[in-house]
Design a protein around this ligand. Structure first.
Ligand code: DC
Length: 240
């Protein structure tokens, strides 16, 4: 007799500040569980890029909201990477630049922009079997997620990770400046009125300062398996 454990697919929310390692961990979790991965930061970065390309003032909320409403953003997760298109043009590389990150941090403070993107994110997650990563996934986008993780690490370690990531792409980096940027983005992300970065109720808080991405991913997979059992989503089937 063969016993096959069939797992009904969960929705997993992973939130945390810049450089907490959540992207790397979330991608790996999606890979290990065979889930889809949705990088919501990429969506804010794309709106930031669209606003910069249109020459809009980033503090002009109604203009930025209009840009977000009109932007056709397509995300595709395949072969371990997220590819992004803005109005049919691939912007996967461009949105990773520092200007796009800063623009994203500003446009994400506009409530209308958040409403538009959150609606799209809820649609993406509706079918289950997703690991969605961002700042407000457990609190706003998927408060009913089966598993919520809040991933964090010290500002020094986060700045170091971001600096290494950029250096790996051949970009010039200044670690001290990177640390200032991390602290500045944290401040803006946690203090903004619209959906500030915060751990959701019942989120498992994981401090990754002394962990590598693989350890974080395996811990999350363990928690996901545990969750499947607890909520009775694991359905062993027996065949003769
Ligand atoms: O995770 P990231 O660095 O790609 O995110 C870019 C910016 O977008 C970041 O400053 C915070 C913002 N963001 C957000 O406000 N809500 C999300 N769900 C994801 C990102």
């Amino acid at each position: 007799m063969e016993i096959v454990a069939e797992f009904q697919k969960l929705t997993i929310a992973i939130d945390g500040p810049a450089g907490s390692g959540k992207s790397t961990a979330a991608k790996r979790v999606a890979e290990l569980l065979g889930y889809d991965y949705i990088d919501t930061g990429a969506m804010y970065r794309t709106v930031g890029l669209a606003a910069l390309s249109a020459g809009a003032r980033l503090d002009d909320a109604s203009r930025v909201e209009q840009i977000a409403r009109q932007a056709q953003i397509e995300l595709r997760w395949s072969d371990g990477r997220t590819r992004v298109w803005l109005d049919g043009r691939e912007v996967s590389e461009e949105i990773r630049r520092a200007e796009a990150a800063q623009a994203a941090s500003v446009v994400s403070t506009v409530p209308g922009v958040r409403t538009i993107l959150v609606r799209r994110q809820k649609e993406f997650a509706a079918r289950g079997g997703v690991v969605m990563e961002g700042r407000d996934i457990g609190t706003v986008v998927l408060p009913q997620a089966d598993l919520k993780i809040f991933l964090t690490a010290s500002p020094e370690v986060r700045a170091r990770r971001r600096a290494d990531e950029m250096a790996g792409r051949g970009e010039a980096v200044d670690y001290e400046q990177m640390k200032e940027e991390v602290v500045e983005r944290d401040r803006r992300d946690t203090e903004r009125a619209a959906s500030p970065l915060a751990a959701a109720e019942h989120a498992v808080i994981v401090d990754s300062t002394a962990m590598d991405a693989e350890e974080v991913a395996r811990l999350i997979v363990l928690l996901a398996r545990e969750k499947e059992r607890r909520i009775g989503k694991e359905k062993p089937t027996f065949s003769a």
